[in-house]
Design a protein around this ligand. Structure first.
Ligand SMILES: Nc1ncnc2c1ncn2[C@@H]1O[C@H](COP(=O)(O)OP(=O)(O)O)[C@@H](O)[C@H]1O
Ligand SMILES: [Mg+2]
Length: 402
């Protein structure tokens, strides 16, 4: 489906203006090593097994591949060669160490390439960070169903962690015969099984629970999390807007609404077209974005400012120099995004580089926007997440307490 291809080129697009680290956690066959013709000096095993700092396991592109240092902000950490059992199945201890290392990396962005599937090696890095990008292709009908499964599993896993809260468990065990205990038992089962076969979804269940326990803080916070849960996705091997909406987006959203919740929000970060150069760059060992950058350099003889190029593209007169002005960051960002949107409309059908630059700009914009947790600075361990969850319960604590 192109996860590694996307992760690599997306990280390179981000690295054009931000320090970006690509971490390869797809220890299977389609890992980063096969896409980069680079001698790997160090990999993740040096951190996990030999006590090296994770930062020290990073390496950049060699000068031969990036002679001008256009991607100097890019670095990557390769996964260990071959299958190493305890790294394919990260134990809780290894996972915790990995999260620790990741949170200590000196970078603006971290892109993690995960393998497909719903096992805990994937899920544990997603729900507690709310920064996952779901990549799926409109060309495969089955991919739509598994993308929906994935989004649902991530949400349910997050709720499962909440339900395991010691604060909640203690209060339920104190009164196991209470109506409250029965309501939460039903929720537990529903979430553990991904449904109860009755055709009801999470909204129905949480709604019924809230009717029975109108003032319950745990339920209130859980519903808040569901309502603020956002699904970010990118369409790969995109062919047309109409077809993608029909074959992918509509069934995807419908399935999640039906089986999980209609309260989630969906954010399309963009798409990447199906492209022969993208496909071939996987075989040559030079990433598409890098190849493309240097190809264009050769093709454009006279140095023209980027702004002038864009203006020419849209048939506008060259910009007149503007008087010195202090920059307003928010305005600047939204202006750039507007510009990109226009390029997008012009070029969407044919140019993967523009697609990827657009997605990177969207990601930057979202991570600067506090309404989105996208691009948040840490990956929470389950414990950290729980602590946060429990501290959110307290403001609702019974009135009259101290
Ligand atoms: N947008 C695209 N256009 C053409 N080929 C693509 C595109 N995205 C991925 N591919 C190709 O699809 C194949 C699988 O991609 P890969 O990144 O290894 O997927 P995954 O990591 O999900 O297994 C590779 O040969 C890759 O070059
Ligand atoms: Mg892969």
């Amino acid at each position: 489906m192109g996860k590694t291809t996307f992760a690599l080129n997306f990280a390179l697009a981000l690295a054009k203006s931000n320090r970006t680290v690509l971490l390869d956690l797809d220890t299977g066959t389609s890992s980063l090593r096969n896409f980069l013709d680079v001698r790997i000096e160090r990999d993740l095993s040096h951190y996990l097994k030999q006590g090296a700092a994770l930062d020290g396991c990073r390496q950049g592109l060699p000068p031969a591949m990036d002679p001008e240092g256009a991607f100097a902000n890019f670095s990557f950490i390769a996964s260990p060669r071959g299958f190493v059992a305890d790294m394919v199945n990260f134990s809780p201890g290894v996972k915790a160490r990995l999260i620790d290392g990741i949170n200590g990396l000196q970078a603006d962005y971290l892109v993690v390439d995960l393998k497909a599937g719903l096992d805990h090696n994937v899920l544990d890095f997603l729900p507690l960070s709310n920064s996952g990008i779901l990549l799926f292709t409109p060309r495969l009908k089955a991919a739509t169903a598994s993308a929906a499964e994935m989004a649902k599993a991530v949400l349910f896993r997050m709720l499962d962690v909440m339900l395991s809260s010691p604060l909640l468990r203690e209060s339920l065990e104190a009164a196991p015969a209470d109506r409250r205990a029965a309501v939460f038992r039903r929720l537990d089962e529903f979430i553990a099984n991904g449904g109860d076969g009755s055709g009801r979804n999470l909204d129905d269940l949480l709604g019924e629970a809230a009717e029975q326990l109108p003032d319950d803080n745990v339920l209130r916070v859980m519903r808040y999390y569901v309502e603020n849960y956002k699904v970010y996705y990118v369409l790969n091997q995109f062919n047309s807007v109409a077809e993608s909406v029909e074959n992918a987006i509509k069934p995807f959203v419908e399935e999640i609404f039906r089986s999980a919740s209609a309260r989630l929000s969906f954010h399309n970060l963009g798409w990447v077209v199906e492209d022969e150069q993208v496909r071939r760059s996987g075989e040559t060992g030079v990433p598409y974005m890098v190849r493309r950058h240097y190809q264009k350099k050769q093709a454009v003889p006279a140095p023209v400012g980027e702004d002038d190029q864009l203006r020419a593209m849209f048939g506008l007169a060259p910009a007149r120099p503007r008087p010195e002005q202090k920059k307003d960051l928010a305005r600047e960002l939204s202006g750039q995004l507007d510009l990109l949107r226009r390029i997008y409309v012009f070029n969407a059908g044919k140019d993967p580089e523009t697609n990827l630059d657009f997605i990177a700009a969207r990601a930057r914009d979202l991570s600067a926007n506090s309404i989105h947790q996208f691009g948040m600075k840490r990956i929470f361990s389950a414990d950290e997440f729980l602590q946060r969850f429990q501290s959110q319960l307290r403001p609702f604590a019974a009135p009259g307490g101290d």
